[in-house]
Design a binder for this molecule. Structure first.
Ligand code: SAM
Ligand code: SF4
Ligand code: SF4
Length: 338
């Protein structure tokens, strides 16, 4: 297939695509969809607003033609979308696509891991913010214990999927779990990625004071372990990775707040209702769904995406560090996925 590499105003190529397949979730994580703001009557998208699998496949194909090599499915909680393996199978057949991953809270993973792997999924990132059942239940806002998540992680490994663990760290919420999680993941051969609490959306009450930085976590780990830096495996790798010396075990950091990485951000996001976002913090989506439903051709969609990417100027996290221009309309994480 013919592929064009397109670049934005800062010379960043379009390389990966996050697709949110659903905006609903079975959790109400304090830092993402706090229960008091996302109540039982919250107006999630109606089914007809969601892109169908055929529509997602079609848009993804255009993206792959424009240089995308990696796709990650997310949400909301992507495993709540019915028959997700069918979508994975469609995407895995796209010529030129090298990697398909999934980010999930893991609750439904144990039942779906084998089917997802057989459909062509390569890796899963499972979110787990604590090993303590009581604390975890409070963080996820649904009193769900760690058991289904740990079962999901094990099932994914057994199925042959690559597994990484995502832990959002927020001061006063789960800083006590930093070392237990590191030890658990190290002992179980799982790469843990510490994620700095980010100011996505406008419902999670973010304050800079709540952020525990990469440096602070790194210092805690260094008191206990010998760590050596691992070279990034590709341009645009988001996590900074370290190896526990003399082992194969690794630990990563996603330091979006304290050490931003906008200059190598090569990611576009497609929301569940078919809007393209060029930055987690850019609230202006570009509609593709209606364009497609109104009969646009693949060429017209490619042209639209090219125009959007060519005009991209986003570097919100760099700007946040410089403390300028941060009062903008922001989109919720659950809407476009992490
Ligand atoms: N529901 C799935 C999950 O939790 O893995 C996928 C969607 S979730 C929005 C994707 C990732 O974003 C998760 O790892 C989650 O922990 C992370 N996340 C959500 N809100 C965040 C925030 N305010 N700061 C940093 N990471 C956040
Ligand atoms: Fe749901 Fe994931 Fe957000 Fe938690 S982080 S509320 S599991 S979408
Ligand atoms: Fe990419 Fe926007 Fe995050 Fe910067 S702030 S790394 S441009 S998503």
């Amino acid at each position: 297939m013919e592929r064009t590499i397109i670049k934005d105003t800062l010379n960043r190529p379009l390389h990966d695509l996050r697709i949110s397949v659903i905006d609903r979730c079975n959790f109400r994580c304090q830092y993402c969809m706090p229960a008091d703001k996302f109540g039982d009557d919250f107006a999630f998208l109606p089914k007809t607003a969601l892109l169908t699998y055929e529509e997602i496949e079609r848009i993804a194909k255009v993206f792959v033609g424009l240089g995308v090599e990696k796709i990650r499915l997310t949400g909301g909680e992507p495993l709540l979308r019915k028959d997700l393996p069918i979508l994975v199978e469609k995407l895995s057949q796209l010529e030129g696509l090298k990697d398909i991953g999934l980010t999930t809270n893991g609750v439904l993973l144990a039942d779906l891991a084998v089917e997802l792997k057989n459909a062509g999924l390569k890796r899963v990132n499972v979110s787990l913010d604590s090993l303590d059942d009581e604390l975890f239940g409070r963080i996820n806002g649904r009193k769900v214990s760690t058991k289904p998540i740990l079962n999901g992680i094990e099932a994914a490994r057994q199925a042959g999927l690559g597994v990484k663990i995502n832990m959002v760290v927020k001061k006063g919420m789960n800083d006590s779990e930093i070392l237990p999680m590191a030890e658990f993941c190290k002992n179980n051969g799982l790469q843990l990625r510490f994620i700095e609490f980010m100011d996505v959306g406008s419902t999670n009450g973010w304050k800079m004071d709540d952020v525990i930085t990469k440096k602070q976590i790194y210092e805690m780990l260094k008191d206990r372990y010998d760590l050596e830096a691992v070279e990034p495996s590709y341009f645009g790798e988001v996590a900074k990775v370290y190896r526990y010396k003399d082992t194969n075990a690794e630990v990563g950091f996603i330091s979006s707040v304290s050490e931003s990485f906008c200059s190598s951000c090569t990611r576009a996001r497609l929301s569940a209702n078919g809007q393209i976002f060029t930055c987690l913090f850019n609230g202006n989506g570009h509609d593709i769904r209606n364009m497609m439903r109104n009969g646009a051709t693949d060429e017209q969609i490619a042209e639209k995406i090219t125009g959007i990417w060519n005009g991209r100027t986003d570097r919100y996290s760099d700007e946040r560090l410089a403390e300028t221009n941060t009062n903008r309309k922001k989109i919720e994480m659950s809407y476009i996925g992490g």
